[in-house]
Write a new protein. Structure first.
Length: 149
């Protein structure tokens, strides 16, 4: 398979609410708008990828603000995608998103693998990991020596 392009597809329960969240609250730039003007689909730039928020889902990915299915419901957890968004300044994004009323399911912290992460949710409960890679982390540095090359 030769993959020429790819994108993540989300089907929100309330397209206008989700469009507002990704466009206004997160501040993602629009790559493309398509479909009927009364119910357009939007494709957002997402770093090196694209995020399409279009169509309509009959139910959210999971109960909003909980990070999990309600206990004792007998329902299986809904399998869903997670978004991983790298940012330059996690503390600044935390303050901005908190002030905007975004559901923060886990406050920023340094993970055992060395990344600084905060977990949030979109309006349908889609989990989003917001990540800052510290300057000394291996993802920022080429660990090969010049002699290896």
């Amino acid at each position: 398979m030769e993959v020429l392009s790819s994108r993540i597809l989300l089907r929100p329960t309330d397209p206008q609410r989700s469009h507002h969240f990704y466009r206004e609250t997160l501040g993602l730039a629009v790559y493309r708008e398509f479909g009927p003007p009364e119910e357009p689909g939007l494709v957002f730039f997402l770093g090196q990828g694209l995020l399409e928020v279009s169509g309509h889902s009959p139910r959210p990915a999971r109960p909003v603000g909980t990070g999990r299915e309600p206990a004792g419901t007998g329902r299986e957890p809904v399998r869903t995608a997670r978004l991983w968004l790298q940012v330059r300044d996690l503390a600044a994004e935390h303050a901005r998103l908190n002030a905007a009323g975004v559901v923060i399911t886990r406050e920023p912290r340094r993970e055992p693998w060395g990344l600084d992460e905060m977990w949030i949710e979109d309006p349908d409960g889609v989990p989003i990991v917001v990540v800052e890679i510290p300057p000394d982390h291996p993802l920022r540095r080429d660990r090969r020596s010049l002699a290896d090359g």
